[in-house]
Structure formats: C-alpha cells, structure tokens
Design a protein around this ligand. Structure first.
Ligand SMILES: *[C@@H]1O[C@H](CO)[C@@H](O)[C@H](O)[C@H]1NC(C)=O
Ligand SMILES: [Cu+2]
Length: 205
C-alpha cells in the first residue's frame, strides 16, 4: 500500500471514530423526539392518552439543596376512626412553596425554576390509596384521596390538608408528590441520593 493510501485509510478510520464519539456523547441527539413521536404534541392540558412534551428541564439545584420530605401524620403507628375527618401533615426541606400554575391549561408547560437562594419553586400533593394486597403495586389510577398543596407553607416548610370525610375502614398508604411549579416531579443534580418524597402506611378502623 502506498503511503497516500495508508494515510487515507487512517484518516477514514479516524473520521468514523470521531463521528461515533461525537454522536454518542451529544446530549441533544434525541431532542427531536417529539417530531418522531406518534404521541400528540402537548399543549398544556393533561392528556390522559399521553403526549409528547418539549419543555426543557430547566434549573437544577445544587446537591446541598435537594428537596426532602417527611409525612408527620398519619404514620405507621396511627389508627384512625373510620369516616372521621383528619389532617395530613407534611414537612419538606428545600422547596419554596406556593408556586403552582393552572393544572388545566399549564400542565408541564414551564421548566423547573429556582428562587434567589437556589431552591426549587413548587408545591406538593398528597395522595392516599387503599392497600388490598401489600405485595402488589397499587393501581395508580385508583386513589381514595388526592389534593394539591398549593399554598405557601406555614413555618416555611410545613404543609397540611384535611381529609374532610375521613376514610372507610382499611389499610392505606399516604404519599407526597413534590413538584415544580408546572406540576412535573422535582429534578435533582445527582442520581445517587435520598428520595424527595415520603410515604407512610396507616390503618383506619
Ligand atoms: C389540547 O390537547 C387536548 C388533548 O389532545 C385537546 O383535547 C385540546 O382540545 C387541545 N386544546 C387546545 C387549545 O388546542
Ligand atoms: Cu401540581
């Protein structure tokens, strides 16, 4: 092989290699997913058939400011009286509460944002489901109670909501779902971490 041919072969191999590396590490290589998707393009409504969303992720807090929640009431020791009002109490660190856009017209419409202290601006939700079989995942379409916690937190980080009518007798799981202000789950800077939400199981008799 002539020197020229050798150089051309080496150059070709290098070009393919560089192209592969660049393509494989391009963080935007999938950013036309909604052009290719068979799902309808989102428009800010909650589409029960699913959809394709183009909103970018937005601002992510530093690892010192990752959202973390505890449910103060009810908890594993709680036995509630059936069909009697009670109040779910939660406490969340590193969530600037009271940021809540119209879930009917602005669902997933805006990226996550931080306040001037670098803390996620958002709100929380409480969802309660009855447990039939403790070893099977619960049906996400079935819930006994759901409420968005839209108001700014008392004492900076405590949110509560009354379950006016209480619950029928049974075993239940209560969970928080903290969210950015357009209702998407909160996004964190590192993968290996504690959960941003809390769940507890309790009994109603
Ligand atoms: C938004 O999308 C939903 C679900 O596809 C549709 O029912 C609705 O009419 C759309 N709204 C507007 C304003 O385009
Ligand atoms: Cu919400």
């Amino acid at each position: 092989m002539s020197l020229l041919k050798k150089s051309l072969v080496i150059a070709a191999i290098l070009a393919v290699y560089i192209a592969l590396v660049v393509f494989a590490t391009d963080p935007n290589s999938d950013n036309n997913v909604c052009k290719k998707s068979k799902k309808q393009l989102f428009n800010g409504t909650q589409n029960p058939n699913g959809e394709c969303v183009t909103t970018v992720l937005g601002e992510i807090p530093s690892k010192e400011k990752m959202t973390s929640t505890v449910i103060l009431f009810p908890n594993e020791n709680t036995v509630l009286k059936a069909n009697t009002a009670f109040t779910v109490k939660t406490k969340t660190n590193f969530l600037t509460t009271g940021f809540f856009d119209d879930p009917a017209k602005q669902y997933y419409l805006f990226p996550q944002t931080l306040d001037n202290n670098g803390v996620i601006q958002g709100h929380s939700h409480v969802t309660i489901q009855q447990i039939q079989n403790p070893n099977e995942p619960l049906d996400a379409q079935v819930f006994a109670f759901f409420k968005g916690l839209n108001d700014p937190a008392a004492n900076g980080n405590e949110l509560d909501v009354q379950v006016d009518k209480g619950l029928p007798a049974g075993n239940y799981r209560v969970c928080t779902m903290v969210a950015s202000f357009a209702h998407q789950p909160t996004l964190m800077p590192i993968a290996q971490r504690g959960a941003q939400d809390d769940c507890r199981r309790f009994t109603v008799k």
